[in-house]
Design a protein around this ligand. Structure first.
Ligand code: GAP
Length: 513
């Protein structure tokens, strides 16, 4: 068993295929790059994550409602939102390897490497000195100061270049930092060019310019254009939110790391409409609220951190990411953005319709400000799966692979086994399944030894297995085996439904919020 993060990640990817979680799209035609299909267990896990998010956002908050807007939207939507003009990535090619990179990612990765060096210095010093004070060390150690100054210089140049859309300066920064292509190892770079990430297609039978429409690159705009309809028909008062889950599409250049960055993916977004001037208070509220939601999954507090944005998107006056420690490092999982009144004002301007709120107390109308929470369902799936995946050594030299998924999210909640395929045990097992299946997903397995069946369910992440044996026929009790502790307990069949309901229903997670 390797403990190297890159090996573990490879193992997770192959585990996803072997146990029916994720398949490469169109695999029989050698696959389609950065597009994936969710298999029988993956689709269930994804549905459960989506449901948990929806219940936490919509069901638990009286002032948040959910909608389901179409993927296709009027093309002017994307002009108004700024995506036609500004939803670009700066690209650069290495002339030797012919590989294409996002210029901003090359610089960010370079900065991250210097940050790692600082952390290593701090770690070393913390071990050396008693009463170690990190703040003092950061401000006095010559090497750390040198690294930090370098980071600040790069960040400042980078931020200015991005704000000025100065592509030559971004290229110059790559050259000055002596960044090399990871494939060819050379610094032989092309110019930096902007590339729009939206997919376009034609609507109707005549394919000319006028019929070009886009596959939505974010679900948020479907919420903005419906703001007034929802506010009026739902008689919503500020502050209130509109939530939505659905597919989004981006022609990502650097599509890599499995389902982390895909060209077709799913977002779960909520726009919270607030009175202007109160947005920072709500921004803090949603930052904390969303982190709490992630922590409720109990995948380890140390796996999450906030990252405040240096470069704000064109619509934001504050923004941060909740980052998760994936096997390939800390990366963005969810974005929290204070989007001001940018989107609604843009849509007012482009549609000629007022998108305002009449404040009875102040006797005036205004365009609300918006705080957005936006998480990728696929990225969330990967975070949960990678934290749950464990290669364990057991006593006696045995080993197992177990997915310690939060039980409420597991695709199958209970597997029922007859000890042997005769003597009426399969029939009793089927009877138990019939009692449980109206409440949650249950599976039946009679093949191989019970030990092998446990291992199969561990690898799928099934939190409980029930074994029916000859004693069950006598006294109506069964053995219930726990996936994580591997403990077994004897239990009356009549108690099973209530026992599992308490352990595996979403209610157990929702109650922590
Ligand atoms: N409406 C705001 C918005 O779309 P974003 O930071 O571009 O903001 C939000 O995207 C979230 O969507 C990200 O935090 C990430 O979880 C997910 N996401 C974005 N691009 C993705 C991609 N290509 N593949 C998978 N998930 C993606």
């Amino acid at each position: 068993m390797s403990t190297k993060p890159e090996d573990i990640f490879k193992n997770i990817v192959s585990h996803c295929k072997e146990y029916g979680y994720i398949f490469q799209s169109s695999e029989i035609y050698d696959g389609l790059s950065a597009v994936y299909d969710y298999a029988q267990n993956g689709a269930e896990l994804k549905k459960n994550i989506r449901e948990y998010w929806w219940k936490a956002m919509v069901q638990l908050n009286e002032n948040i409602v959910g909608i389901d807007a179409a993927i296709f939207m009027h093309p002017t939507t994307w002009k108004a939102s700024g995506h036609v003009d500004a939803f670009n990535d700066p690209l650069i090619d290495n002339k030797d390897s012919k590989k294409r990179y996002r210029a901003d990612v090359l610089i960010e990765d370079f900065v991250a490497k210097i940050e790692d060096k600082i952390l290593k210095e701090i770690e070393k010093a913390a071990k050396r000195f008693e009463n170690f004070d990190e703040t003092v060390y950061r401000s006095t150690n010559a090497r750390v100061i040198e690294y930090q100054t370098k980071i600040n210089d790069i960040n400042l140049r980078f931020k200015t270049a991005l704000n000025d859309n100065n592509l030559n300066e971004i290229r110059q920064l790559i050259i000055d930092c002596e960044i090399v292509c990871p494939i060819s190892g050379t610094k032989n770079w092309t110019d930096v060019r902007q590339f729009n990430l939206m997919f376009s297609t034609a609507i109707g039978s005549v394919s000319d310019e006028a019929n070009t429409i886009y596959l939505r690159p974010e679900t948020a705009q479907g919420i903005f254009v419906n703001y007034l309809n929802v506010q009026k028909t739902g008689r919503m008062k500020l502050p209130f939110g509109i939530a939505q889950t659905g597919k989004a599409f981006r022609n990502e250049i650097v599509a890599r790391q499995f389902i982390f960055r895909m060209r077709e993916f799913e977002q779960m977004e909520m726009q919270f409409f607030v009175k202007p001037g109160t947005e920072m208070q709500w921004y803090e509220h949603w930052k904390n609220n969303r982190l709490k939601w992630h922590l409720s999954l109990e995948l380890g507090k140390h796996n999450y951190k906030f990252h405040d944005h240096i470069k704000l998107a064109h619509y934001a006056n504050a923004a941060c990411d909740i980052e998760f420690q994936f096997p390939f490092g800390f990366k963005e999982l969810e974005g929290i953005h204070s989007r001001t009144d940018f989107d609604l004002k843009q849509h007012e301007q482009h549609s000629g319709k007022k998108l305002q709120f009449f404040d009875v107390e102040e006797n005036r109308s205004y365009v609300p400000y918006v705080v957005e929470t936006s998480v990728g369902l696929d990225r969330l799936f990967l975070s949960i799966l990678s934290a749950a995946y464990k290669e364990e050594k057991l006593e006696g030299g045995d080993s197992r692979i177990v997915l310690s998924l939060p039980p409420a999210l597991a695709p199958i909640k209970v597997a029922v086994f007859p000890l042997v395929k005769k003597d009426g045990l399969p029939e009793l097992a089927e009877k138990i399944i019939t009692e449980l299946k109206y409440n949650f997903n249950v599976s039946y397995d009679e093949k191989d030894t019970v030990g092998k069946r446990y291992r199969r369910q561990d690898a799928i992440g099934t939190p409980f297995c029930v074994t029916v044996d000859h004693q069950s026929l006598q006294d109506n009790t069964v053995t219930v085996r726990n996936r994580d502790t591997m403990n077994q307990e004897r239990m009356p069949i009549s108690n099973l439904l209530a026992y599992f309901e308490e352990k595996v229903s979403l209610k157990s997670l929702l109650k922590q919020l």
